[in-house]
Design a binder for this molecule. Structure first.
Ligand code: GRF
Length: 206
């Protein structure tokens, strides 16, 4: 079976990109990273991609008059089958969503539908978990829709919240879990799982 071609979009650090990329190098991973896009020229994600020889693009409102179209075109140019947003702080535009439909997924550092939506990123998410007194947090992988963090949830992992946790300690525990969850989901997608029950078996590939 040919490898699934995966593009990653990230704004900052890119640790999930690194986890995905490292898994993609394992024999029989079933996928490879063919493009990294960031809206932030100084992101760790772009630096990592360049270091590893992965095609890397800076696409933002500063670099392109129509960043959504530029992103869509770059993804098509690199023949991406699936798109992963990991720490991408902007909404994926309508043209890109239309092009890739159900084949764009995002990772969120909480157990959606709790603690998602506008403003729920970074430490805000973990602060909300602590403020709510939740005993369990976690990470969710979901399909990208036109609203933040609201598409179909396709995989989750739970992470305990400890007494005395700060946003930093909780974030670190959740991020570690993300680094297992996201590559595991991608491997499953590459094997043809996690498609919608009503989907065409060819949906996973362009
Ligand atoms: C992760 O916690 C992810 O869930 C959230 O942003 C963070 C990105 O981390 N959307 P990184 O850039 O992958 O290190």
């Amino acid at each position: 079976m040919p490898e699934l071609r995966v593009a990653v979009i990230a704004s900052h650090n890119g640790s999930n990109l690194r986890a995905l990329h490292q898994t993609s190098l394992v024999p029989d991973a079933g996928f490879r990273i063919v493009l990294v896009i960031s809206n932030n020229s100084g992101s760790g994600a772009l630096a990592y991609a360049r270091d590893k020889g992965i095609p890397a693009r800076h696409v933002s409102a500063c670099t392109h008059t129509d960043p959504d179209e530029a992103m869509r075109a770059a993804l098509v140019e690199h023949a991406a089958d699936w798109v992963v947003t990991a720490g991408y702080l902007k909404k994926v535009g309508p043209r890109t969503r239309k092009e890739f439909a159900a084949r764009i997924i995002n990772i969120h550092p909480a157990l959606l539908p709790r603690h998602g939506g506008p403003g729920m990123y970074g430490d805000n998410v973990h602060q909300a978990v602590l403020d709510a007194g939740d005993l369990v947090s976690g990470a969710s992988v979901h399909r990208v829709s036109d609203e933040y963090d609201s598409g179909e949830i396709i995989a989750q992992v739970e992470v305990p919240v400890h007494g005395g946790d700060t946003t930093a300690t909780l974030a670190a525990r959740v991020l570690e879990a993300e680094h297992s969850l996201l590559p595991a989901v991608m491997r499953q997608i590459a094997r043809g799982y996690l498609l919608r029950p009503d989907s065409d078996p060819e949906e996973g590939r362009r």
